[in-house]
Design a protein around this ligand. Sequence first.
Ligand SMILES: Nc1nc2c(ncn2[C@@H]2O[C@H](COP(=O)(O)OP(=O)(O)OP(=O)(O)O)[C@@H](O)[C@H]2O)c(=O)[nH]1
Ligand SMILES: [Mg+2]
Length: 465
Amino acid sequence: MSMYNLIDTICALSTPPGSGAIAVIRISGKDAFVVCGKLFQATDSQFTFQAALPYSIHHGFILKDEDSIDEVLLSIFRSPGSYTGEDVVEISCHGSEFIQQQILDVLTHQGCRLAAPGEFTLRAFLNGKFDLSQAEAVADLIASSSQLSHDLALAQMRGGFSKKIRELREKLVYFTALIELELDFSEENVQFASRPDLFTLLEELKTELTFLIRSFSLGNVIKKGIPVAIIGKPNVGKSTLLNTLLNEEKAIVSEIPGTTRDAIEDTIVLEGYSFRFIDTAGLRASEDQIETMGIDRTWAKMEQATVILYLFDATRDSYRDVAEALQEFSAILEDPAKRLILIGNKTDLLSELPTGFTDFVEHETLFVSAKRKENIHLISESLLSTVKRQGIADGAIVSNARHLEALQKSLAAIENIHEGLVNDLSPDLITIDIRQVLHHLGEITGEITTDEILGNIFGRFCIGK
Ligand SMILES: Nc1nc2c(ncn2[C@@H]2O[C@H](COP(=O)(O)OP(=O)(O)OP(=O)(O)O)[C@@H](O)[C@H]2O)c(=O)[nH]1
Ligand SMILES: [Mg+2]
């Protein structure tokens, strides 16, 4: 049986499984009121589902074969003013697993079907409550673990990103119509669609799509945490710093240079922003094969990182040593999106802070003791100031791999249209590429859907959502 029918009335536990103070069971579908009428006995003898006002709450009992299972509160939502767009009843019962199960049993006995994962949200989508990218944002919102990923999901759910896509798609639909008209008059060789205007639109599409595709790296960073690579020579205290930042003995620390061989990562949330710290193998020329592989990884992590913490030993390294070391990866630092913070470690062994480091005008230099956990707040503050500067503009950030793929395919097809126009290709060939673009853009907003895409998206939800 297909999940994509609106015939059945469905029910599920919408609060987390297990016992709690209360639990909420949600029922949605055209028979929601009829089914609930058979098992709900209201305290108010005047109560009927027919007369009940939308958004009203009613006290009463759930019955099973005349016996009361639980004392409940029942909330009523009338189509279309509900989450799914259908008639919805929410039963707030006491949170024991036994009660939850009993109520679901009575509901299925009365003809409800247990909902599949995400089926409530799927119905909301099928009933036009919101588009596909907004539905996906609901899943992200539930899963979001930091302030920034929460903001991003909320912005997407409100439609900032899909609105832009829909506008562009509509303009293109208009052109397709004109070009297809040309096909009907192909004998006369007329052009209804202004070629200069089409070129302009294509340029606009290219710019917008490229912008959205680029935003993916930022969106992804927000979801997974901002990558912060801890780099430096062996034995300067990188692993000690990671452990201190995470407040956990995650990485092995020893006085032997070359202790860390593989990149070690973990995420922490600071003031709602999530950071992914990466401890790396110390940079040096090594004969050891495994250490060399670790060092190669360090370079790769440095490429991927948004922030690089370059750690040095403040008791040993002079300003000149550090400046020389930075030369080695100056190419990586040219990326304007990357930020470098210099950190002098082991200040506990010094009677006073070294001078001379103020010469790094473009890079901040902080002094800490990773082992004694001194001045670590300077690092957190500096990281927070970096992200707060970025912010999220208007929600036009792509954070979903499915959207990225559709955007990339659209962009490739646009390049084809462009080339076709330049080479004066016949309209019927050009429309094939235009249709491709319309198809891929439509996949994002849900104007074009296949069962496979829907199954993929809604399968990510938990049951009851
Ligand atoms: N006194 C002092 N010692 C420190 C400090 N931080 C690290 N150490 C010591 O320095 C040595 C090396 O520390 P690690 O954290 O293993 O250094 P690393 O940079 O990860 O070294 P590799 O993994 O070999 O590249 C250990 O003996 C640490 O205890 C510090 O702030 N003060
Ligand atoms: Mg280490």
